[in-house]
Structures are given as C-alpha cells and as structure tokens.
Design a protein around this ligand. Structure first.
Ligand code: ADP
Ligand code: MG
Length: 251
C-alpha cells in the first residue's frame, strides 16, 4: 500500500529525514515511536505531500507520487494526480483542526462535498454512520467548541474516514488530550485496526503500539534505527538507542 524508499528531507541546513525507507502492506498497522524531533511527523507529512521531499521515492497503492532520477532530480507527478493519490490517505493530527462554524455532522460531510463533489444527501447517511461508529451519534448537531478533546478527536477521525481513504495516518492523535480522554480515541483506532484498515500511527502510547500494531518502528535523529514486532521492540530491542528510549518512556 505504501512504498517509501530513501526519503531525505532538509529544513535549510538541518536534515530531518536521512534516508528513511518503509513499506506497509495492506491491512498492516505500523506504529512509529521515537523521541521528539526525530522526524516522525515529517515522515508522515512527506507521505501525503504536506511536505515535499528532497530525494527518494514514494508510491501509494502502486502509484508513483514522487521519484528521483539518476541525476538526483526529484520529480513529483502532476498536481491533479498527486491530489488523487494523496486522497487515498486520511490524516488525523494532534490538534483536531475542526471547522468551528460547522456542526459535528457538517464537519464530517464537508470534505466529500467540497473536495470530491459528492451530493449532500449521499454523504449524509455515511457521515451519520461514521459518527455512530465513533460513539458521537448524540453530538451531530453540536458545534466543536462544546465538545471535549476526546470527542473532537473522534470527529476528526470520522471526518477523515468520510473521504473513504484506504490508508489512515495518525500523528500523535492523543497527545493533546487529558489522560482520561485518550482511551475513547484509542478505542476508535483499535476498532479501525480490527477492521483491517491500513494504518501508520505515530504515538507515544506504548500500550497501544504493543497491543494493536503489527510492526513497530523506532526513529531517532531522522533515521529508522530499528523495527520489528511489538514483542521484539518492547521486550528485546537490539539497539542501545531503542533500549534507552524505552527505559525513559516505560509506563
Ligand atoms: P517528531 O514528529 O519526531 O517530533 P518532527 O518531524 O516534527 O519530529 O521534526 C523533526 C525535526 O525537523 C525537528 O528538529 C524539527 O524542529 C524540524 N522541523 C520540522 N518541521 C520543520 C519546519 N517546517 N521548519 C524547520 N524545521 C522543521
Ligand atoms: Mg511530531
């Protein structure tokens, strides 16, 4: 579903990604862990073209988004194709980015209507069903300012799903939440995983990574240092940097 090879990304002189490669199969749940500033968000943002890469190759479901020729020149596909390719991925951020002037239901219906041109009466039952799924059927007419952080984040998940993505990218979706609200968001994510959604989840919820991910990636300083099954990474990490990170974050 995702093929990212040798991604490099600079911010001025600073090298945020130093040749990151990752392939994700259909239905796989990949958790990315690592210290703050290690390039986790940058990697996700490069996958869906919120950031452009300086070198490397990205293919989504077999379709090339960007490649690098033998002279080292980075080539993105045309704007229209790039947009269609990136629409296959839904993204949920740490901040929820809901539209404050729209109700919960309108927030979920907005992108399919404005981006895809879907008719309101067509997306309405889909949006209602998604909101039921994340446990917010009684909040459809509510405005975001009246919701808790956990509720807002579940709206954000429903909103991303309304675009019918094949892949979901999560960037620390619970780290802005009070601890008592993380569980309800993680439950919605776990449910998605059980339905075999292909997911990349950047998270500091080690319990979630351990229980839900098929594969765990440890990043540090712009590189993938180690990857393996949750059991391998959490119980028997081979790299000293992974070991010291886990000893610090261990709950
Ligand atoms: P993480 O998500 O692992 O905490 P990020 O991918 O956000 O790390 O950031 C990796 C590094 O790149 C950090 O040192 C950060 O300061 C830097 N960085 C990220 N985005 C930008 C940007 N837009 N401009 C300059 N530096 C950035
Ligand atoms: Mg980040």
């Amino acid at each position: 579903m995702i093929r990212a090879i040798n991604l490099h990304k600079h911010f001025k002189q600073f090298e945020a990604l130093k040749g990151v490669s990752l392939e994700v199969a259909k239905g796989e749940v990949v958790a990315i862990i690592g210290p703050s500033g290690s390039g986790k968000s940058t990697f996700l943002r490069c996958l869906n073209r919120l950031e452009t890469i300086d070198e490397g190759l990205i293919e989504i479901e077999g379709e090339e988004l960007v490649s690098t020729d033998y002279q080292g020149k980075v080539q993105y596909v045309n704007e229209n194709d790039a947009r269609l390719i990136c629409q296959k991925m839904g993204m949920v951020f740490q901040q929820f980015n809901l539209f404050p002037h729209l109700t919960v239901l309108q927030n979920v219906m907005e992108a399919p209507i404005t981006v895809k041109g879907v008719k309101a009466q067509e997306i309405l039952p889909v949006a209602q069903e998604l909101l039921r799924k994340v446990g917010l059927e009684d909040k459809m007419a509510t405005y975001p300012s009246r919701l808790s952080g956990g509720q807002k984040q579940r709206v954000a998940i429903a909103r991303a799903l309304a675009m019918k993505p094949d892949i979901m990218l999560f960037d620390e979706p619970t780290s802005a939440l009070d601890p008592e609200l993380t569980g309800e968001v993680l439950r919605s994510m776990r449910q998605l995983a059980e339905e075999h959604m292909t997911m990349i989840v950047v998270t500091h919820e080690m319990g979630f990574a351990r229980e839900v991910a098929n594969r765990v990636i440890f990043m540090d300083k712009g590189e993938i240092i180690e990857e393996g099954t949750p059991q391998e990474i959490f119980e028997n990490p081979s790299q000293s940097r992974t070991q010291s990170f886990l000893s610090v974050v261990a709950e």
